[in-house]
Design a protein around this ligand. Sequence first.
Ligand code: SF4
Length: 309
Amino acid sequence: MAPPSRIPPCLLPRFDFSRSVRYTGAMADDLSRAIEVTDPGGKQPRSRSRTERPANASQRKRKWVLSPTRICTYLECPRKYRYIYIDKLPRYFGARAYFSFGSSLHRALQEYHEAGGAQTQNAEALISRLEQNWIGAGYESAEDERARLLQGREILAAYHESAATQEGVTLYTEKLLRIDMGDYALTGRIDRLDSLPDGGLEVIDYKSGERLPTSEEVADDLPLAIYQLLCVRTFECPRVKASIYHLRTGSKVSTVRTAQEVEPVAEGIHALYARMRAEERYDPIVGDHCSHCDFLDRCRRQGWDSSRL
Ligand code: SF4
């Protein structure tokens, strides 16, 4: 299961709390305390530091790096974060069909847009890219795999139709952005970045899961907020739209942030960075997410709340 991506209210002190109330509990309390320590006033957004400029190569080597994946992993379970990023324990990923399916679609779409998208490609070319990039691991049976390949073809045929009328011009696919945040760097890989007719940018994040997210979930989505921050700082764009493109339905759910509105995102990440640097315990957070964790057996052996594990 993907790590949680909703923005905790305490991570974004000036975020619209009414949209984030579901993210509560011990984790939120912990992070609130961290923010109290690192930002006792907690009232005014900190202006962008002079040091928050693109890093040169030698600086990059020395800096801590935060990304949406790292942040969401830490928020989900600090112990899992420690196992992956500090202890660097081997992960025993069994092949999972949803990873295979999503990766195959992503790769086909990347190649399609790099080759010119709907302007130069037809639906057959896109579907052929899916077949060339198909990852067959993790499916329950050959029949299951065939059904998913058929679904993938249908998804991409519909995608091509809508791409022919997309409002923006695709600038990048699988674009890795990195900004200097002072003591650390912030990175994120964007599935697709479009320029819009109004001069703004649109981040497109493909999702191949079953459920279409609500507009509230998209507005609170932490990776999207980070992508918007990365785009504002990298391209000096005053307004960035970020959209979840739900591939199964062809639906898009969007949120917009201005350059001013990404500042609370930066503030929250600064506070979280301070907490992560000071972390010593990396306590486990036990929950439903454990059933999808590579370290479940290890945690069971530790006897952590085995009734819930
Ligand atoms: S099994 Fe649960 S408690 Fe253990 S590391 Fe994974 S997410 Fe954390």
